[in-house]
Design a protein around this ligand. Structure first.
Ligand code: PAF
Length: 281
């Protein structure tokens, strides 16, 4: 497995003729969810193609300094996991390699980031778009794999690819869950034991509302009320947001007439977790 820690090293690794290249952008602290993305990348690259993983905790997408400071960064273990998963190339730069001190250009998304996480995390998606376009430029990958768990991030990256004519295919991979339903996240390891035991309720709260759909309910309000009640039964969590939005535009909706997404973000102490359910009318 090749490892590059600067853009110059990466360019060197990518010089010369090469096969199809599929990128999995990550912030490290790799878990089975990431490894599923790597496996998907291998399918898309083919046995002779290259699977690349970037590991970079992108400072400009963090809105809370404590979240950045506490973000797990087990690089040695991550590299071992990549090697075992058959990754061909890892790019793991430090901050100075990615951002010059007088950096002054940022990608701005001004529509899809108004709702959900974007509403409570100002600047977050501009930071995501900026680093993702840098990674796309550096790798010149044919395709990149993103998890559906970050449903808003996925929609915004697809929009950026469309609006800026970026020559990369976006491949979405379904959310990978722990055995008890909690969506896998690098932040899960920071949960206190009692919070970890409580956290599967997030998925249950969203999924339980499907029975309303089966009974013919289409108004968003009863879905949101039922999920809110389930979440608020927890003695530990605080709801950041709980919303029903259109699956494509991410605009809030009052009725489910097209594919919809009920999405939530909750805090357990300082740890913020997100999850969503896609509801089809
Ligand atoms: O989803 C993530 O891990 C990050 O937001 C990403 C896409 C790697 C950009 O830093």
């Amino acid at each position: 497995m090749r490892i590059a820690t600067t853009p110059a090293m990466l360019r060197q690794e990518l010089a010369g003729p090469r096969q199809r290249l599929v990128l999995v952008p990550t912030m490290g602290a790799l878990h089975d969810g990431h490894l599923a993305l790597v496996q998907r990348a291998r399918e898309a690259a083919g046995p002779a193609g290259w699977v690349a993983v970037s590991i970079f905790v992108n400072p400009i997408q963090f809105d809370r300094p404590g979240d950045l400071a506490n973000y797990p960064q087990p690089l040695t273990e991550d590299l071992e996991k990549c090697r075992a998963a058959g990754v061909d190339l890892v790019f793991c730069p430090d901050q100075t390699a990615m951002y010059l001190p007088d950096r002054s250009i940022t990608v701005t998304e001004s529509l899809l980031s108004r709702q959900l996480c974007g509403a409570t995390r100002p600047g977050h998606f501009d930071g995501v778009c900026t680093v993702v376009i840098k990674l796309f430029n550096l790798f010149q990958a044919d395709a990149a794999v993103f998890g559906e768990k970050d449903v808003q991030q996925l929609a915004i990256i697809r929009r950026m690819v469309r609006d800026l004519d970026l020559p990369v295919d976006i491949i979405a991979h379904p959310t990978i869950r722990e055995h008890d339903g909690l969506a896998m996240s690098s932040r899960n390891v920071r949960l206190l034991p009692e919070h970890r035991a409580d956290a599967p309720r997030i998925h249950r709260a969203l999924e339980a509302t499907r029975s309303l759909l089966r009974c013919g309910e289409r108004n968003a309000a009863p879905f949101l009320a039922a999920a809110r009640k389930h979440l608020e039964d927890s003695p530990f969590l605080r709801i950041d947001y709980l919303e029903m939005v259109d699956a494509e535009t991410l605009e809030p909706i009052g009725r489910i007439q097209r594919p919809a997404v009920m999405a939530t973000a909750v805090f357990y102490g300082e740890v913020r977790l997100i999850d969503h359910a896609t509801l089809l009318p």
